[in-house]
Design a protein around this ligand. Sequence first.
Ligand code: NAP
Length: 342
Amino acid sequence: MTELPKTMFAVVQKFDGYAKTATGPVIEQASDWLEEVEIPVPVPGPDQVLIRLRAASVNPSDIHFIKGEYGQPRIKGAPAGFEGCGDVVATGTGAEALMGQRVAFVASGSGAWAEYALTQAQMCIPLRPEISDDDGAAQIVNPLTAMAMVDIAKSAGESFVVSAATSQLGKLMCGLGRDLGLKPIAMVRRAEAVELLKSHGAAEVLVTTDGDVVEQFAQASATLKPRVFLDAVCDQLSEQIFCAMPNGARWVSYGKLSTEAPRLTQMGQLIFMSKRIEGFWLTQWMMSTPPEDQMRVVAEVQARFADGRWKTDVSTHLPLRNIVSGLADALKKSDGKVIITP
Ligand SMILES: NC(=O)c1ccc[n+]([C@@H]2O[C@H](COP(=O)([O-])OP(=O)(O)OC[C@H]3O[C@@H](n4cnc5c(N)ncnc54)[C@H](OP(=O)(O)O)[C@@H]3O)[C@@H](O)[C@H]2O)c1
């Protein structure tokens, strides 16, 4: 076995805890939130693994997190980055079975935007050889969320609504919905994305900047009767869409891409039309879903990436050493994920 270095290059958080205000998953410059350091390579404890990075994805949750507006507090000086793919190069007791394997992982001990990441063995998924490192780096957060949320939609009827449908998650959900015989209604904010979303499986695509989008939605809703709204935008238009949905509709908030705070205008719908507003967080799903069910979902996710039904659209490969200088610009492209490379 090659000996591991004592120190590593890492991109770490500049602040602790939570911010007082939330301004959304956008940054003007990464140096406002992150800095480059050389720190000791972490040592795995019991049930932990050390992973040499191959690729890490940049998700909106990473940006919310470094800005202090995510569901868990920042730790100043700790590497950023939740999700990636790499090779297990050291293990603690109880995790030896993963030694040498290429895995997708969510970093729970030391973040993915570093030459080495540390996590629990149970946060790793050994990857099938057909799966590329890019797909491996985006194998957990969005695909598992897509599977879990389309499962919610499937239990509630034949159609469902997806906002921010050009996102990686939106595209995965439209494709999965179509494959299950459902009719996804996709909401996009750019007219040029309509055909793209149709090709990804959307039965209807509505452009949120159209002046009569609510009327267009009401017409589609009268025909398709969607009862689940999977919403990552959560602005005032979302509230209007929810109000235009039929009896029993569920507004599932799972992201906050818009900084606008929506106002509820028709509370009576909750009383007289049995409508509900709720949230979805993958972390909660992982804690509450039995391991055997999670394993089934993981196997289905890998099968979908292995045979090409799903893929990760990549806009930019950004070297680790260019994150601080280049991440803000890389995130301005809207045609796929930024993937970090060592
Ligand atoms: N709750 C959970 O457990 C969970 C898990 C995974 C992801 N998420 C959430 O799911 C959402 C999508 O994640 P992702 O990784 O798939 O995103 P992504 O691929 O990085 O894409 C985000 C896209 O959303 C669109 N967008 C951004 N701001 C918007 C706004 N204000 N209104 C409408 N559209 C907007 C942009 O597309 P255009 O420029 O093409 O419009 C952008 O490219 C995020 O909010 C993320 O936090 C939640």
